[in-house]
Design a protein around this ligand. Structure first.
Ligand SMILES: [Zn+2]
Length: 474
């Protein structure tokens, strides 16, 4: 760092390359360590060693972030003419896109001291609140009665019961989950308030009025694009509402109950054994392409997937990339339902994305959230479409079509609700603490402009909406 200064001549591009390679190296190592700790904590949320390690990497990460911002700042001060020149040199051409992005982002940077203070405070502030949320959810135990027998389940296991064929089981697990969320409402509200409050303070210092500015830059999309997307989603909501109403009718209900949303549309479907799910996925992946199939086979054979159904593990399914070793790990709770098979295919899609990115330079590898779900959703669709084609009876086809539509409702309606919720929440948080989440959800203007336009209470019962919004996505 000490020897790095704003380039004055074209031949200094070599020094720039050196520092970029140095940054890539630190980033890859940090990412490898982070993924490892994430996996340790997922398989045993009470692992104290892993928690200590998380603390260590968080502070290394903060130091790295503040040094990284300094480098960016020194570099982007290059005069425009020379900037264009050095970006055109052979050694830097590969980094052109990312370096121009740094220059654009630098407009928001504060002084070195303040940037470094923000990075340091994030460890025990912003990030700590996120980690606290995860620990809280992982520590929750849900008591559910199935066939007269009481079981103590993790949140992940209780969520899996949403697609149980028996309505009573679905209803019971839904109620139990909702009770737990109601019990913890105050804590959830505090966490959300502090995460939003932290962000808003930093945005204020950066002079950012629009709360979407940073997410838009991070996701490399324009606000018009985002708005156009939501406009298209809103315009085509009707077929989904019709579908939900029809499904309710098939179940003998006037309106869709939230505990029935994930219900299988045809009764009596058997549990799918894990081994059968693996064969099913491999068979259909192979019809799409040999690389996807052989990669996934390798993931299964080498034990990259932790899918055991047991209580003391994390709730959220995820795929962790290990950039140094060029491997991935998939984590989930497999409960034997078609939704679990699709989650498995989804996470394998993320892993395949990592695999496909292997030859890409470390600096150009990072992709935003707006891209992240493409490969995974695509993998799910491969499995669903292939299964639909193979289905022999109308009953089977209907079952799969329902699975497909549920996912579309999640993508088009649930995600839209979450977006509107967050947008409105941040606006209200600007004015002060939002003390009651439930009140905010049920009584604020948010109700008027989102719930009724998206998932009207004729379609999904309001309370379920509360549950839908606070539960994490994978
Ligand atoms: Zn995903």
């Amino acid at each position: 760092m000490k020897f790095f200064h704003t380039p004055k001549e074209l031949n200094e591009s070599l020094k720039v390359v050196d520092i970029i390679e140095y940054i890539i190296d630190i980033r890859m190592n940090l990412s490898q360590a982070n993924s490892f700790i994430t996996c340790l904590l997922a398989q045993n949320p009470k692992d104290q060693n892993a928690t200590t390690l998380r603390g260590k990497t968080s502070s290394i990460n903060a130091r790295f972030e503040s040094a990284f911002k300094k480098v960016q700042k020194v570099l982007v001060n290059t005069n425009q003419h020379l900037w264009e020149g050095i970006l055109d040199t052979e050694v830097l051409n590969n980094y052109k896109f990312i370096l121009n992005e740094w220059r654009k982002k630098a407009e928001m940077h504060l002084s070195d001291e303040v940037e470094s203070l923000v990075s340091d405070l994030m460890v025990d502030g912003y990030h700590a609140w996120g980690q606290f949320y995860n620990s809280l959810v992982n520590s929750i135990r849900v008591n559910v009665q199935i066939d007269g027998e009481k079981s103590e389940l993790s949140v992940g296991q209780a969520i899996n019961l949403r697609s149980h064929p028996d309505e009573e089981v679905r209803k019971e697990s839904h109620r139990a989950l909702e009770d737990k969320w109601n019990e913890q409402e105050e804590l959830f509200a505090k966490i959300l308030n502090h995460i939003a409050g932290f962000r808003l303070q930093v945005y204020k210092k950066r002079g950012l009025e629009n709360i979407l500015k940073v997410p838009l830059i991070e996701n490399r999309i324009k606000e018009e694009t985002l708005n156009a997307m939501w406009k298209a989603v809103s315009k085509y909501k009707k077929p989904f509402t019709n579908y939900l109403n029809q499904k309710a009718k098939m179940n003998g209900d006037e309106k869709m109950h939230s505990y029935n949303f994930w219900a299988p549309v045809t009764k009596g479907n058997q549990k799918i054994k894990y081994e059968d799910a693996v064969d099913f996925i491999l068979e259909h992946f192979s019809q799409f392409g040999t690389e996807l199939e052989s990669f996934s086979r390798q993931a299964f054979d080498k034990g990259w997937i932790e899918a055991e159904d047991r209580p003391n593990k994390s709730t959220v399914a995820f795929c962790a990339g290990f950039p140094l070793s060029g491997e991935s790990r998939v984590f989930m709770t497999y409960g034997g339902r078609i939704t679990n098979v699709l989650t498995l295919a989804h996470e394998l899609g993320h892993a395949f994305h990592n695999h496909a990115m292997k030859p890409v330079n470390g600096m150009n590898k990072q992709y935003p959230m707006s891209i992240a779900e493409t490969a995974s959703t695509f993998s799910e669709m491969i499995i669903l479409d292939a299964a639909m084609e193979k289905a022999e009876s109308t009953k089977e086809k209907l079952f799969l079509l329902d699975e497909k539509l549920k996912r579309s409702v999640m993508n088009f309606m649930n995600i839209h609700s979450r977006f509107l919720f967050e947008k409105k929440f941040y606006e209200e948080r600007k004015e002060g603490i939002v003390s009651s989440l439930k009140e905010f959800l049920l009584n604020s203007t948010f109700q008027r402009f989102s719930v009724h336009s998206l998932v009207t209470d004729q379609v999904i019962h309001q309370q379920g909406f509360f549950l839908m919004i606070v539960l994490p996505l994978s």
